[in-house]
Ligand binder design. Sequence first.
Ligand SMILES: [Fe+2]
Ligand SMILES: [Fe+2]
Length: 309
Amino acid sequence: MSVANETFNSILAQPESCFPLELGKRNRNIGKLLRASLTAQWNPATIIDWDGLDLKPFTDEQRQALRVRWSRRAWGEYGAIAESPALQIRFCHDRLDADTRLYFAVRTQEESRHAEISYRLAEKFGGYIDAPAEEYLGSVSTHGIRRLALDVDVPVESTIAALVCSAEQVILENFMHVLKLTTQPDIRRVYQLILRDEARHCAFGWYFMAGRLPLLTPAQRGQVRDAVVTMIEKVELNGYQLAWLAPDSNASRDQIEGDRILWQAGLGASVEELEKPVLISSLRAIRDRMKREWDIQLPVFHHPKTGQI
Ligand SMILES: [Fe+2]
Ligand SMILES: [Fe+2]
């Protein structure tokens, strides 16, 4: 999503009012996710036997590729931590049900452990890289959610539809695919842990939208659609997750090459020829589901590497 600096109608400019604080308004399905999250905690510092992870079987090339891959993963996960608190403020501002407000706090904490475990993996394999190369920055810098979440004129439903039901859904399906190709036990374990959390995050998005869509005006439904289209076209198809979708540069080629080295060794990555059909079927499934459940029609998407989707 574009990062606009123009002034906008921010909820932060409105008077703060917490009361009456209704905590009895519930969303049962999201409440179940909240309780599932609370019983599925894990600690990135101890869930992997970091000292026991023997680096000898890995070639220098593989270590470097792992370092790059997990640094990139950390940048992506950090995006969720950097932007989610703004949504938390918005949920409270909009006086949404208690389960949604409480669940999202836990969701942000889950993203923080994804960032931490990605950082730890990058460190283990040679050192976390703290910023993307300049030419790759545009693909991984931001979803632009922070500003949208605080903009009174943008319904929060459009942000959740884009961020969760589109972007996180695409990641979930890509990770399920990558997990099947991964044989190294510690890296498999990390994917399994992240995937379990991400499955709940995606479920949250669809439950949330099911409860909120009937309340939206036709204009707001149009904003939901536009936000999803922007997320898919400007973020996902610009290489936020999949480096081969990013504009061609030395930096994106390095990422692609690294992923190929890891894929060949079962070390937790995939390649364009295998990821492409997974991406296409994810986007088609999202389009079908939004039509079926929301009566919102997404357009055909296009990328030079995939053709029409
Ligand atoms: Fe995550
Ligand atoms: Fe997530």
